[in-house]
Design a protein around this ligand. Structure first.
Ligand SMILES: Cc1cc2nc3c(=O)[nH]c(=O)nc-3n(C[C@H](O)[C@H](O)[C@H](O)COP(=O)(O)O)c2cc1C
Length: 311
């Protein structure tokens, strides 16, 4: 039995990543309706707006969805009550120690997975009592650990030391990536860059097109010596920050002008290395279907070769 499916109640063990302002009901309901797990973000810090998005999900889908609680960005403790009231059964916590929230969330009957970028963080989260982990490598888009470990290595390191179910994140955008993650011990995958460039994503067409156009070397890690450290698309603006070696937090204040206004130089456009693998904007249902079909085709072909004693 796949434990991620058992914990989430969805048909496919595919999770849409939380992304500030982007991971709201328009995108998340499309993902949930297609049989995967839509996630509502709260990292924007807009507590009431995010609570309204959770209520809206009930109108847009009768399927399960989840909420992400990034501990460092939570401005209002009320958000935890809103999550519990919303009736979601599954939350991911991130950016900080989950220890304080595990009691109230699990006490209310929720399943809690914590997002970890290192083996040490994984072991700590499991000791704190989480039900599972989202194991997130440095290839992914968005906020990153400056001391980054690739998903390929991190998954193996974590699988070796802990027994809880793992969702792999960072660097996955299709069935090939999903099959690779499962070979390394994951029971689910989370995708951010793939879904931000989907038809139902609320971001401006310029941003989706910039992801489609980006080569494999099209992203850059910014601010390794400061906070936040992020992976973003290479643009004049992001390359200037890379050259300077630092990026003030205030650079993200205008990120909505980039996300929704389409001004690619207004801030930095968060995206992962899979931008180099994404060649078209697709509807969410097609992304999920292609991913599941690609996953099974690879596993079948490999299984047949192995059964025949080949490679
Ligand atoms: C546009 C974008 C915005 C993101 N915003 C956030 C955020 O606000 N909070 C967060 O914890 N992670 C954020 N992330 C990281 C994602 O949750 C996810 O872990 C990551 O995208 C997975 O890697 P992938 O992009 O290779 O799929 C963001 C990622 C992207 C691409």
């Amino acid at each position: 039995m796949n434990r991620v499916l058992a914990h989430t109640g969805v048909r496919y063990p595919i999770v849409q990543a939380p992304m500030g302002w982007i991971a709201r009901s328009q995108l998340a309901s499309a993902v949930s309706n297609a049989g995967a797990l839509g996630v509502i973000e709260t990292s924007s810090g807009e507590t009431e707006a995010c609570a309204a998005e959770m209520r809206k999900m009930r109108e847009l889908t009768d399927k399960p969805f989840a909420v992400n609680l990034p501990l460092l960005f939570l401005r209002d403790a009320k958000i935890v009550d809103y999550v519990i009231e919303s009736g979601v059964k599954f939350v991911t916590t991130s950016a900080g120690s989950p220890a304080k929230l595990i009691g109230p969330l699990k006490g209310a009957g929720l399943i809690v997975y914590h997002v970890v970028p290192t083996l040490a963080a994984a072991v700590k989260a499991v000791d704190a009592g989480v039900d599972g982990l989202v194991v997130e490598g440095g290839e992914g888009g968005g906020f990153k650990n400056p001391d980054d470990v690739s998903t390929l290595v991190l998954l193996q390191a974590v699988r070796e030391k802990v027994d809880v179910p793992l969702i792999a994140a960072g660097g996955i955008c299709d069935g090939r990536g999903m099959a690779a993650a499962f070979a390394l011990g994951a029971e689910g995958i989370q995708m951010g860059t793939r879904f931000v460039s989907s038809a139902e994503s609320p971001v401006h067409g310029n941003y989706k097109q910039a992801i489609v156009d980006a080569p494999d070397t099209g992203t850059v890690m910014l601010n390794r010596k400061g906070t936040p450290c992020v992976r973003a698309l290479k643009t004049q603006t992001s390359l200037a920050f890379a050259e300077a070696g630092v990026m003030d937090r205030s650079a993200l204040k205008t990120v909505r002008d980039l996300y929704f206004g389409g001004d690619m130089e207004a801030s930095v456009g968060l995206a992962g290395q899979t931008a180099g693998l994404i060649h078209e904007v697709l509807p969410v249902a097609d992304i999920i279907r292609h991913t599941v079909e690609g996953f099974h085709a690879i596993r079948r072909a490999q299984g047949e070769r192995s059964a025949a004693g080949g490679f």
